[in-house]
Design a protein around this ligand. Sequence first.
Ligand SMILES: Cc1ncc(COP(=O)(O)O)c(C=O)c1O
Length: 425
Amino acid sequence: MTQPRLVPRSADPLLAFRPPEARQAIPARPDRRADTLAPTGEDAAIVPRRLHLSPPHLTGGELDLLRSTLESGWVAPAGPVPEAFEAAIAAATGFPHVLAVASGTAALHLAYRCLGLGPGDEVWTQTLTFVATIAPAVQMGAIPRFLDVTPESWTLDPALLGRELAAAAARGRLPRAVVSVGLYGQSCDLDAILAVCDRWGVPVVSDSAETLGALYRGRHAGRGARFAALSFNGNKIVTAGGGGALCAEDPLPIARARHLAAQAKEPAPHYQHETTGYSYGLSSVLASVGLAQIAALEERVAARRAIFARYAAAFAELPGVSLMPEPPWGRSTRWLSVALFDPEAFGADREAVRHALAAAGIESRPVWKPLHLQPAFRDAPAAGGAVAARLFERGLCLPSGSAMTEAEQAVVIEVVRRCCRRRFG
Ligand SMILES: Cc1ncc(COP(=O)(O)O)c(C=O)c1O
């Protein structure tokens, strides 16, 4: 593969002072090289490179946009390129107000700050999620509380949430925020969550980092929450190479977040601050990559759903394997295809499958380890957790990248099939 030119063609004499190693080409990712990390054994002929879970899938339009951004001179985290990216996110999701930021985690941090979260406040979320959902709140001194998910959706159980909120109200200690989470491309039951939270006046933040492109009752996942956070990191359905967005239905919270994301500078000729903020703006360089990528969102959703459908068809004949369900309320993007292995019926557990895949050069990952089981949160209160714990024990995320070929997926399927020791009764 030809590498992008890293050295500008400019004749600027200052460039001569750069160290020579800055001019060297960057080695390609292992999944783009045929020479390294190749699997050995009988699968080597079919998977000529390492197959990753969800590698970036470039559209081909990124270089043109990057070039015009660099040529325009607008490279900072402000100006027309992040603005255009925000407009493209708004068009793709329907969120009327969008702030592009440096990461999904930064978007969540801004949401918590805008809600006035402080030390000792409780923040509740589902236990089955990535640590970034809650990390910024904990770093602000909040106390997390982890709730179980439903087996039908693998997302926050609204009935459990309702009971826990009623009990908290009786104790006189309601949470400062509830964070709903979309998982592996699938929206939670947001209307049910909003209904129970509205009853007690608790704001909902939607962690939609994994659900860009997902639909819930005809609208984009996360719409209707006080804030929604998106992620454009390298493994997401579309990527900016790193980045995120904070979205809202109302303009004021986004205006406030925009102010905080740019160091809370007051309008004055000198540097004037009424409070402190963050350096969370998204660079124009990354925003141009995101802009090229987001144009392909619907195509990427279709590709990931087709991958899921092929897994579902292939595994239907195997005992003890089931795939993540899709509740009737919406369309999952199937960002990651996730399978559950019942060791009794399948004849092998998820670790045996993971090791077999790794031996064939194929990356897979256990489902998120529930946060109530993480040593970092050993003292945090929890409500339930058995459903999430079982999903962690049995669940494996399989390669789901939208650039994966059918031949590559056929190898993944074949390796899984060979692990099934109960195939013939
Ligand atoms: C559920 C969830 N929340 C938050 C994040 C954080 O996003 P980022 O990596 O862009 O900070 C991620 C992804 O990494 C995620 O999967």
